[in-house]
Ligand binder design. Structure first.
Ligand SMILES: *[C@@H]1O[C@H](CO)[C@@H](O)[C@H](O)[C@H]1NC(C)=O
Ligand SMILES: *[C@@H]1O[C@H](CO)[C@@H](O)[C@H](O)[C@H]1NC(C)=O
Ligand SMILES: [Fe+2]
Length: 216
């Protein structure tokens, strides 16, 4: 119904403009939008599209980790908060990539863009194993971004300077910071546990309060 309306509307528009005495390329007015401005290789677009999926998978993984620490029998609200926030960040990374594809005129097919990713395997035995799993996940995401850059900066000999710069300056920067953050957290918790080795749960409890933003 909607489509019929559009086509009737366009034909009417065509009649009006073609009736005009002024020379006018009638065909062009109803043609698709000029796409000559679009200049990004398909290989690069494919890599970015897959990266959207990678970011969403990281987001879903963090969501499942957050749910784990939220449960009544684990009850570590600091870890839960930290992983809920991580999930939101990863979702935001996916959104930024989608917006980038849109900016470059390549958000044309969305069928393969958003799928339903399963969380990656993580070790939720305790807070420390969770932090180490998160670090390992971020390491994989970092490598994946590097592969996107490698393709986009030399796809069939064409260097897409803009996306290479953007991914290097924004994404890699954030990856290195978040990996450093996780490594630091894992290190602190490891030290706490070894000092309090007679009570690992107490060390984890104290660290959880730290993650909640409570200093003592
Ligand atoms: C796209 O960019 C390449 C170089 O990066 C250039 O050779 C080519 O002519 C451009 N194509 C269009 C349609 O502007
Ligand atoms: C870039 O790609 C071209 C064509 O695929 C290849 O011949 C060339 O060796 C590549 N350059 C680098 C620096 O990888
Ligand atoms: Fe990310």
């Amino acid at each position: 119904m909607y489509k019929i309306f559009i086509s009737v509307f366009c034909s009417a528009l065509l009649l009006i403009s073609c009736g005009d005495a002024v020379s006018f390329d009638c065909k062009k007015t109803v043609d698709v939008i000029d796409d000559k401005w679009i200049n990004i290789t398909n290989d690069c677009v494919t890599k970015v599209t897959n990266q959207v999926q990678t970011e969403l998978q990281a987001s879903i993984t963090y969501l499942s980790m957050a749910a784990h620490f939220s449960s009544d029998f684990i009850n570590l609200p600091g870890f839960a908060k930290f992983f809920f926030e991580s999930a939101s960040e990863e979702r935001q990374h996916a959104i930024k990539l989608i917006e980038y594809l849109s900016m470059r005129g390549k958000l044309t097919t969305v069928e393969n863009l958003i799928k339903f990713p399963k969380p990656v395997q993580v070790d939720l035995k305790n807070g420390l194993t969770a932090l180490n799993s998160a670090l390992s996940l971020e390491k994989d995401v970092t490598n994946s971004i590097k592969e996107v850059i490698a393709v986009c900066e030399n796809s069939s000999g064409i260097n897409d300077y803009h996306i290479s710069d953007w991914l290097t300056g924004e994404y890699l920067e954030e990856q290195y910071k978040s990996m450093r953050d996780l490594a630091g957290k894992a290190s602190t918790l490891t030290k706490l546990i070894s000092k309090e080795s007679h009570n690992k749960n107490l060390a984890e409890f104290i660290f959880d309060k730290k993650l909640l933003g409570i200093d003592f």
